[in-house]
Ligand binder design. Structure first.
Ligand code: HNI
Length: 147
């Protein structure tokens, strides 16, 4: 089981209590699709992903970005059993969507960059350490059902 300090728990709750899910989700998924263009292969049905402007203006990308960020709520609410909380979602990404699990780390990095840009000076090294640990635990949980 993952051990969390009081500071880590409080930091994660604080970040998500102040999060703009729509803006953060859209910006993070856009970054992932632009910076790592091979990830676009999973979203063929989303329509025009031709360039960064098209991706930023794509309503399906915006909607899915919000879905992903709300997907993190499951971990925020189950800090002591993130692995169990993501078993079903891991199976979906592995067996139905066939998402290369390395992409979880890439999207997590994009989420971190967007949160850091939003928080500015408040995204201290201690806060970053807690947030990246949180996303690393989520990523490990999403990889768990891959065989
Ligand atoms: Ni992901 C669907 C959460 C990473 C590609 N994804 C979802 C759903 C959630 C979700 C929630 C909706 C499930 C449902 O409909 O029941 N995805 C997450 C989370 C992460 C993540 C929390 C990591 C932080 N997903 C990724 C990555 C990719 C990805 C890295 C590909 C690069 N996800 C998808 C695709 C779908 C999806 C594709 C289906 C979208 C659709 O509408 O068909």
């Amino acid at each position: 089981m993952v051990e969390w300090t009081d500071f880590e728990r409080a930091t994660i709750q604080d970040i998500f209590s102040k999060l703009n899910y729509e803006a953060t989700g859209r910006n993070a998924l856009c970054r992932c699709l632009v910076v790592y263009p091979w990830t676009q292969r999973y979203f063929a049905k989303f329509g025009n992903l031709y360039n960064a402007a098209a991706i930023m203006g794509n309503p399906n990308v915006a909607t899915h970005g919000t879905t992903i960020l709300h997907g993190l709520d499951k971990a925020v609410k189950n800090m002591d059993n993130i692995k169990g909380a993501y078993a079903e979602l891991s199976v979906l990404h592995s067996e139905k969507l066939h998402v290369d699990p390395d992409n979880f780390r890439l999207l997590s990095d994009c989420i971190t960059i967007v949160v850091a840009a939003t928080m500015g000076a408040n995204f201290t090294p201690d806060v970053q350490a807690a947030f990246q640990k949180f996303l690393a635990v989520v990523t490990a949980a999403l990889r768990k059902q891959y065989h």
